[in-house]
Design a protein around this ligand. Sequence first.
Ligand SMILES: [Mn+2]
Length: 361
Amino acid sequence: MSRIKRLLEQENIVKGQALLVSNESNVKYMSGYTGEAAYLILSHEGQVFMTDGRYDEQARNECPGFEVTKWHNPKRPDPDTILHYLKKFGIKKLIFNGNDYTFNQYTNLKNAIDHHKLEITLESRVGLIEKFRAVKTSDEVENIRVACSIADKALEALLPSIKVGVTELALVGELEYNLKKYGADNISFDTIIVSGTKTALPHGKPSDKKLEEGDFLQIDFGALYKGYHSDMSRTFIIGKASQKQEELYDMMLKATIGGIEALKGNISAKDPDSVVREIISDDYLEYYYPGLGHGVGLDIHEGPFMSNTTTAQIETGNVVTIEPGVYVPGWGGMRIEDTVLVTEDGYEVLSKFPRELQVLS
Ligand SMILES: [Mn+2]
């Protein structure tokens, strides 16, 4: 319960107030639950876990300290389940995250409050739990470290299959199989494997396109391990590299290294981006995608987000990606991306797969 207590105290949620948690990753973070379809009420007066009949047994096992209830209980259908506990605890203000709790849910809850003539106010506050999640505990780092290591092995095992004539989708199938074979609970997100001019699309869709001599091959993928994600991108060249490709690769490798080396605790999330922009030559700067990287954890994309416009800070204990990319329409593009732990005076790279150019055929 110490995580809950710390949240309530640091966010100044006092007696008579409660936090409704409806985001799946936030529910997981605050309760340890690994299933779906669940909400929490967190307060000084008590902790409630609401789910439906598919998951209540699991919740009872995974979430000691919570009062587990089914929100489709015939006597108390949602939103009356929420109000039942707010009345029981004497709650006068319910705080929710307006980015997660839908307009219809809000309206139904508000109507029920008015219908029962309750004096409960509703207030949206965004990002309370996300702020805590950005700084990882050692257990969380360990899970991400394992996820990164699984991804390293899966890509290494894919290399012999990368050759002229194989389709992007065949490589996707094999890489995702490798991830599970080496211990991933799932893939982290839909694997991106694109080649040739399709690499101009940062998030292109794999297809039945076959690899051809002279293609860039962009691979962006991750492993999910105990709820935690990894994220890594590598660019290969098929058959023979052109001078232009080699020069771009060399520059983008320096950009990734520069971005990583700029990391340490207590800096602006703009700083690594400005280092990378110094490395990317003027010819390519207009093709540079302005998001340098993002936090990784229970979500594949979470704070802090790095760019030249952010107001976020990088803190010790963040786990972030560094993934500078340039994408030239009609020609192609590339990025080299690692998942990195931010330490007090520097960083630790969790993705270990070599970054040096590999020409495969
Ligand atoms: Mn990424």
